[in-house]
Design a binder for this molecule. Sequence first.
Ligand SMILES: Cc1cc2nc3c(=O)[nH]c(=O)nc-3n(C[C@H](O)[C@H](O)[C@H](O)COP(=O)(O)OP(=O)(O)OC[C@H]3O[C@@H](n4cnc5c(N)ncnc54)[C@H](O)[C@@H]3O)c2cc1C
Length: 566
Amino acid sequence: MERESLEMDVVFVGAGPANLSGALHLTRLVAEHNQGVANGGREGRALGEIQIAVIEKGATVGGHILSGAVPRGLAELIPNFVEEGAPLESPVKEDHFLYLTSKRAIRSPLTPPPLMNHGYYIVSLNRLTAWMGEKCEEVGVNIFPEFPGAEMLYDAADRVVGVRTGDKGIDKEGKRKPNFEPGVDLLAKVTVLGEGVRGSLTKKLVARLGLDEGREPQVYSLGVKELWELPDDRYPAGRVTHTLGFPSDQWTYGGGWIYGMQNRIVNLGYVTGLDYRDPLIDPHAEFQRFKSHPFLTKLLDGGKMIRYGAKAIAAGGLHAMPRLYADGVLIVGDSAGFLNAARLKGIHSAIKSGMLAAETIFEALVAGDFSAGKLQTFESRVKESWITPELRRYRNFHAAFRHGRWLGMANAGLQYITGGRAWGIFDRARQEAGHEAMGKLSAYGYQGDDVAQRYGNFKFDGKTTFNKVTDVYHAAVAHDEDQPAHLHVLDTNICATRCAEEYGNPCQRFCPAAVYEMADNGNGQRHLQINFSNCVHCKTCDIMDPYQIINWVTPEGGGGPDYKGM
Ligand SMILES: Cc1cc2nc3c(=O)[nH]c(=O)nc-3n(C[C@H](O)[C@H](O)[C@H](O)COP(=O)(O)OP(=O)(O)OC[C@H]3O[C@@H](n4cnc5c(N)ncnc54)[C@H](O)[C@@H]3O)c2cc1C
């Protein structure tokens, strides 16, 4: 197929906080350098006009972004972000921490230090990201929404030389439609992968080049979230509450959040560790049960759910991070696992990693050297920055909870006072990949996949608690249905046989968007039906499938959720 090639200097894949910070910072560094050389203040040659592109699979910058969110720092990138009009909801005014039993909410007199947010702002990350996109465009960065990075481009020596964007206008049989447009080969000296959690290109690159050799497996959680409009000011803007306990059982990592935003909107959600053991767990149902707690039903009484979304979180920490560079490529933000799992904060380190990548690329541009040898200074920069001490301190945090909630909390406490040592002694705790943690139905004495065996007679009431289809409607998801499914199940025979028997088809439960369904094919047999148009791009299926046969790839550009205020 004839494809157009476009020569860029640097291509950033994904318009999230990490890459937008990288593109903005790089543009400034180049401009300062050129000006310095022009007025004699700097030695060397001017770099001239550097072509920077940011490609984004969503229809708009920010449209696929979902977060809490209380970022811990924007000032390093944009020192006067308040005066410059960053979309901020409210400064954090109160921090609360609650332990939930099934009936009671016990308020802790002390908020655990990692969960203290005083001095920061509550934001909607998808609004903040859109604003950062505008800042980039003001300084000349080319941003291309609706352009998914579909494949990495390598030369004969396995050096990354750019990225191929996805084709448009292919029908569900794989044939070209009249509006067919082939993807473009964006050739770049450096490609920066900032695809967020479980990046589809990052996953393949890491496997191909063995960048995760000697590291612990990455582990993940899933955050499921709604926005609610309340009838009065009962939950003020600036109040931050975190919860532990109900509804998670003691073997399941989990916790809730409730953040007060402007205009009587509350943003609430629940995180479930994607290393849960009980195969009947459904993270969406866990969130709905969270809202059925008396503390939440009282809070939400008379309110209206207005938005829904879900996204995975990379929680493995420092030991699970892959090598961050190879020839012609860098990995930043959540794609590399920069998130601090104890605080559930990754925006600040995503921003910082983008900035450090920009400094590395700037130096490489000046030297005209884009080899791994040159780009490895990115890792030294990360080591010398505040990122590494922060991540070191919490390096074993998620692994602590493999032993259940109470031992996990004791272990996390010992880690806190010993600077991150597991049980206060060991430098590095072992982690297991989440999908390996899932137990079989038989281990729980379950007969088949009836969720009532776990959730009893819990029902969605349509007032406070909702089924997945209702929720997905509030994610404003849209994919052209006449395209090949972007969820590749490599062996569908397993679904009706081994998986049904061993795990009861957990994809029907771990997907928070009702994408996977075991449907009756009319003669009493069940087969896997993939409702891909519901997909909210959370990546849970790619992570949690026990046989690792689900491969999430980018759909046609622009498809996916349309998050607003999330
Ligand atoms: C429920 C939840 C709550 C959180 N709460 C907080 C919080 O309170 N504070 C905090 O600091 N952090 C929080 N985080 C973490 C924070 O959101 C992330 O750390 C941060 O967004 C990472 O930024 P990023 O740029 O690496 O990735 P992302 O923000 O995920 O952005 C990646 C972008 O790349 C695009 N993309 C992906 N693949 C491709 C591709 N192949 N081609 C083109 N585009 C692509 C995506 O559509 C997206 O726009 C939370 C996360 C979740 C899920």
